[in-house]
Design a protein. Sequence first.
Lengths: 533, 298
Amino acid sequence: MKPKTLKMLVGTTAAALLLAANVATAETPKRGGTLNFVVGSKIPSMDGHMEGTFGMIHPIRPFYSTLIRVNPENPSSTTDFVCDVCSSFSSSDDGKTHTFAIRKDIKFHDGTPLTAADVKATYDKLVFPPEGILSLRKKFFSMVETITTPDKYTLVMKLKYPSPTFIPSVAMPFNFIYAKKDLDTHGYKWHQKNVNGTGAFSFVEHQPGAFVSGKRYDGYHHKGKPYLDGYKAISAPKMAVRLQAIRGNRAAIEFRGFPPKARDDLVKALGDKITVQEGDWNCSLLVTPNHKAKPFDDKRVRRALSLAVDRWSGSKALSKIAIVKTVGGVVFPSHPLAANKDELTKIPGFWTDIKKSRDEARRLLKEAGHSNLSFTLLNRAVDQPYRILGVWLIDQWRQIGVKVTQNAVPTGPWVDSLRKKKDYQVAIDANCQSIVNPIVDVSKYLGSASNNYAQYTDEPMEKMHAAMSRSGDPAEQRKIMRDFETRLYGEEAHIIPTLWWYKINPHRSYVKGWKIAPSHYLNQHLDQVWLDQ
Amino acid sequence: MAVNETYIGIQDEPLQDRGWGAVAIDLIRRQPLGAAGGLIVILMIFAAVFAEQIDMYDPEVNDFGAMLQAPSLDHIFGTDEFGRDIYSRIVHGARTAMLVGFTAAILGSTIGLLIGVTSAYFGGWVDNIVQRVVDVLIAFPSIILALAIVIILGRGVGPVIVAITIPLIPNCARVVRSSALAIREIPYVDAARAMGFGHVRIVLRHISPNIMAPYLIMLTTFLGQAILAEASLSYLGLGVQEPTPAWGLMLKSGAEEYAESAPWAVIFPGIAISLAVFGFNLFGDAMRDVLDPKLRDR
């Protein structure tokens, strides 16, 4: 047995013992009931491989399984992954070969047995999609060289180079396992409108714009689960409707999150009938200066804009009215690769002395010849947290004499302006990810990234990122990440950070078994959820 | 006729002989609701013009130490989620409402007047084409048309004024045309034509002044409509942008999240919008009563 496999087995045994101890003291799940939950969006398509929205994940994820997943009992961990359709997985010593043993007791909802061939067909679509087929996360698997099936229940993925981002990428909740038969028979677009998975629930009905419903799949491979008889995901784009649905017990939960005031109102109205789960969210709100629009090509101007923002006091105030809270660097705050406060406060823009910071900002603007700077801030016309942060930022910049007018537009024109027209001066943007996978997550800040809208080229940053991606040493990765962060936020101020999002999930107290994760995309398979009523 | 003669006798008394006080008292006596409307209008205009003098705080400055405070002596209308003084934002919001309201109403009714008179004066194919265009524009609900225009032109005060003005034009043009059709047949228009006056002079000097009554009535009616449209567009996020104070925007910010826990964030902007529209409508009704000969003796 290889040393890594041994370590995994020891770890799994320890986790199982810990879980057993917990179960002894925890409540016993009850079977039955239908979970009604509200979703603040609609379903663009049902194909997880081509979508990136919670509007699809929340209603559709329970129909599917993934190869591995974030531990449902420990979803806040940034490094705890467990098997879903596999029974074990291991890595070779050089980190270039990953072997997954596929379970033999899994059937698709239509009765087709699942084998390694189905997983291979799925990953072939994800990693090597044919021309014209969109795989949204294809770039996350750029290190994959080959996918093979030495036997019916073994899958091997060989990498071009060892990469710490590989396992977290496999655990992404969008990587639904499809049946090879469906892909071969119906083609790669069939799953956009049809469902056949191995998830805890089988598809019942989809009324576009209204709801999706599912019923318990009795052949589910995680024995004894799911506990629910079924679920109904109700589409309700307006927040007031979602809130009232929970308040009136028409729905039990909303998985994306509510602002602090809504939480307080629900708790005040319903007392202990409401349980609140909160935690940092793998989403950060950014200000993106267009480097091709003058004077934002001048790093002194960009640095001044960053130095003007008082993140530390903003965090205290804004966390009362918006879904933001933590001051952090480029990496998700609780991850081992994240900067600690000492490291962070050394970066310009994160200094704790805001007077010193703003004096420096005024000096830089004067030196750049833009003491009376004024510009238009492109923003997304979505209240939480975009509008709130927009108003706050304008007030922050006012304090160094910069006059800003806001242009808040709906999501379509906002994306169009960022991606295609590139006609903005400064824009508010966000970096939202699912699995906490820092080296992949920070790829947005590379000038070469397709989702970087600031229009800059920075070769040293590209090299740093490549070095991080191929380094097997966490200490080295951490050191490079600090240099990357300092260059991005401090020296060049390519991007101006604000605050990390903060997830607040108030839900009916009778909903049990669901645990908040660092992303609204994670832990949505619902197999562990039960109703205490 | 005797009744009318008596009435006209009061009406035609020269203003300079009576003094403004007497005129005001006379107006209050004969049109008490109109006078109340006029008072509201004057207050709104005063707030808009002297906003800097009567505000208590800078309406755009955040004060997180005073977030969502209930009305008190420090903040008579309370504060919003950014700690901004709601009274000061309402006073400055009056400026936005009056600017958009007056500009859109004056532009909409004046352009409508010119189009309506021109259409009636020339008649024939000109009238036909103009009226079909008017039919098309009237077929759209005003707010839908305004929404479409804002989406094309973008956000901000300028585009909002254009968006509100355009739906007003056909309404005024249609009303004015009907009056102008009657005036066109009066002999002095023929006389002007016989004397060789040009079309522009006849339209501007001889017909337009004689349809001032419907024009002014439309203008005052449009003021209320335009203020409401501006508030609606701002509420929908398509009007003026934060942090500029605007009543519809304030209502939008407060309505969804703070209606229960901080109702003052919703109530005061709501009252401001209602009061302004109510005032302008009362004033417009009184104007119509005074200027429309058919309603004078009612």
